[in-house]
Design a protein around this ligand. Structure first.
Ligand code: DGJ
Length: 682
């Protein structure tokens, strides 16, 4: 299979992935227009595709679906590129220059008929994934202002109707899945917070309203960016639909100096013919193969005492908890907030990154040594982008924060944002992080970020700050190859393909209530794989929701990701500690199946398959009497295969598990759960 082919006569490019094709063409005016995104086509078939839809009247646009919508001529769809040249001229009068392809990477180079602009559209396909990566690069020899510069515009084929899937949420309620008819007009999904945000996540899925979890065509896209972003989904009167998206929110502008290069983040897209479940599985596989730094590693069982002790951190309580964490089988002990500077509450100390001398009189070494003696790795919480005004750092450098001269500096959680787009601030962060990791035996950092951005004086900082975070993380990992990192922003406020390219997992949510987590994890799983979804078992009643749930239920929900324990183990009974140790052992047994396997969402649970093993986690909240229990019909098994329940020894047939389902007979109790391990007979 050739990943990129070109038909010179029709000026048509065909991109091939294992199961899909993507076709674009230059029209008579050199504009790159979209023709096809769906099942596989040959180049001959691609060249025969009709060009665009008809212009219906003098009030309509060109009817074409541009690969990057600019403001030139009769183009009235949401612009992807809004560029203002000297004198106020806008839009691109495309002039095709050249195309190059290197393996699966296709670059189309354009100029403008009137201005010294270089504009490149980049496409990259892989031979092991149906995900297509796209981004844009531009350089101009005269000064220009960018009002919007999206990574890509994606168009889907005409259908009678469209349904939009996306997530919305809030702190402690991330990844709430919405599946609604796509409104006529424009629907904007966005973050204006400088972070990916809890309120929305930069991915989108469209289907014709007929896709199910198992069947049907789904077109989706995900932006690899961890700051403000915007995706505008359009459905016009003619029935066309698609989206354009990129970094930055509306209202920002960036002035580029002559010769300055502007490169957007990747906006990846996927066509799947196998329903929402199929789309999710392909995204999971893509994240593993092409995004994560260490995809093949199993995630260690974490213990983190944040919920247990909050800001009351000290050497003694951390050591006591470390002993119990080791007893239940934790592999990585993470000390959270409040180990440094004058940080005894959220009011002070952020920015002063040395061990608090009252709490750790001998420094961190005695605790780290103790953790290592227990056979666990050691991790530490940091929040490098933030500062409390009550800190030595702020007193020394009050100008280092995002602020607008003469305006109040909005404090959120009593903290301000350090402007990492400034080289001296980024240098400071890089330097102390490097020193911290070099001078201590630190294996893991939890990189937190606990507020949205305000009072950004220079629009470039919205982009520059995120690039600096990426550069610091990349450098830190290169200098300390053993280091693993968890991304966190008050829970799941920074979950995206951009941060996942330089971290190993994300803290999914500050809400650790196992029942609430089912919905959060369901939304999370639409795009992101189990191995990056950090999930803790915490206390009952849950500190946030006060809900009481059984320990097994809490474990079974958290085992669906990268298991951690966050409860106050000092208050757990000996029986609970024993039960926890047994469940951690089970988790370690099924971990390769969950974290490296293929995931299928079931009506009230998850199925994972890896090599000859299948694991089913099933959980159920409170149910009204008489509610029929949905069958757990398994998926993707060998119909002729025989599967033995590893715990009971019962033999199942693949065809029966997929048609009649797996009999579970959960007890009638609220918050019942089950874990089933099946092994396929040779
Ligand atoms: C927010 C995180 O999500 C929590 O897990 C914890 O690390 C706190 N910050 C610490 O301040």
């Amino acid at each position: 299979m050739q990943p990129v082919t070109f038909d010179a006569a029709s000026r048509t490019w065909l991109l091939r992935t294992p199961a899909t094709s993507y076709v674009l063409r230059l029209d008579a005016g050199d504009v790159p227009v979209h023709l096809h995104w769906g099942p596989v086509l040959t180049l001959e078939q691609a060249a025969a595709l009709p060009s665009g839809t008809r212009q219906s009247s003098s009030f309509d646009g060109t009817g074409a679906l541009d690969e990057l919508v600019t403001e030139a001529g009769a183009r009235f769809h949401t612009p992807s590129l809004q560029i203002v040249f000297p004198g106020g001229v806008r839009g691109v009068d495309w002039r095709f220059k050249a195309h190059e392809s290197d393996g699966g990477h296709l670059v189309l180079r354009f100029g403008d008929a009137h201005e010294p602009l270089e504009l490149e559209l980049h496409y990259r396909v892989h031979d092991d994934s149906d995900v297509i990566e796209r981004w844009t690069r531009l350089v101009c020899r005269v000064p220009v202002t960018l009002l919007r510069c999206d990574s890509a515009a994606w168009s889907v084929p005409m259908r009678d109707g469209y349904r939009l899937s996306h997530v919305t949420g809030d702190w402690s309620a991330e990844h709430g899945l919405h599946r609604t008819e796509l409104a006529a007009g424009e629907t904007t999904l966005t973050s204006r917070r400088g972070l990916t945000s809890h309120a929305a996540n930069p991915w989108v899925m469209l289907d014709a309203g007929d896709a199910t979890e198992r069947h049907g065509e789904v077109w989706s896209g995900a932006l690899a960016w961890s700051g403000s972003w915007r995706i505008t989904v359009t459905r016009d009167a003619a029935g066309r639909a698609g989206w354009t998206g990129g970094f930055g929110h509306e209202g920002l502008s960036w002035r580029l100096e002559p010769g300055e290069e502007w490169v957007t983040p990747v906006f990846a897209g996927l066509y799947s013919a196998h329903g929402h479940g199929g789309a999710s599985r392909t995204w999971h596989d893509y994240v593993s193969r092409h995004v994560l730094p260490e995809p093949g590693e199993l995630r260690p069982v974490v213990y983190n005492a944040w919920e247990a002790v909050g800001f009351d951190v000290g050497e003694a309580n951390q050591k006591e908890l470390a002993a119990l964490a080791a007893q239940v089988g934790a592999e990585l002990f993470v000390m959270d907030d409040a180990w440094f500077g004058g940080r005894t509450s959220d009011r002070a100390g952020l920015g002063d990154w040395w061990p608090n001398p009252d709490r750790f009189p001998g420094g961190l070494a005695p605790l780290i040594d103790e953790v290592h003696r227990h056979g666990m790795r050691f991790g530490l919480w940091v929040e490098p982008e933030m500062v409390n005004p009550d800190s030595d750092l702020y007193r020394a450098h009050p100008d280092w924060v995002l602020h607008q001269p003469g305006r109040p500096r909005t404090e959120l959680r009593h903290q301000l944002v350090l402007d990492l787009s400034r080289p001296e601030v980024a240098y400071w962060a890089q330097e102390w992080l490097n020193r911290l990791v070099s001078e201590h035996e630190i294996d893991f950092l939890k990189w937190d970020c606990n507020r949205a951005f305000t009072e950004v004086a220079d629009d470039r900082a919205w982009i520059g700050h995120v690039r600096a975070v990426y550069a610091i993380l990349d450098r830190l990992r290169a200098d300390h190859p053993h280091l693993r990192v968890e991304a966190c922003a008050g829970g799941g406020g920074r979950t995206d393909l951009g941060i996942l390219a330089r971290t190993d997992q994300v803290w999914t949510s500050d809400n650790t209530d196992a029942f609430d987590r089912i919905a959060i994890q369901h939304g999370f799983s639409q795009l992101y794989p189990a191995r990056v979804m950090a999930a803790w078992v915490t206390d009952s009643p849950n500190p946030l929701t006060r809900r009481r749930t059984p320990l097994a239920f809490r474990f079974h929900v958290a085992m669906a990701g990268a298991l951690g324990i966050g409860g106050d183990l000092l208050r757990w009974s000996p029986e609970e500690l024993d039960q926890a140790a047994a469940l951690v052992a089970v988790h370690k047994d099924i971990r390769p199946v969950v974290q490296l396997g293929v995931q299928h969402r079931l009506p009230y649970g998850m199925q994972y398959a890896h090599e000859d093993r299948v694991v089913v986690l099933a959980w159920r909240g409170p149910v009204r009497h008489g509610t029929p229990e949905p069958r757990l019909r398994l998926e993707g098994l060998d119909p002729l295969g025989r599967y033995t329940d590893e715990d009971s020894g019962v033999l199942h047939h693949g065809a029966v598990l997929m048609s009649a389902g797996l009999p579970l007979d959960l007890p009638a109790d609220d918050y019942a759960s089950a874990l089933v391990r099946l092994r396929r007979e040779a």
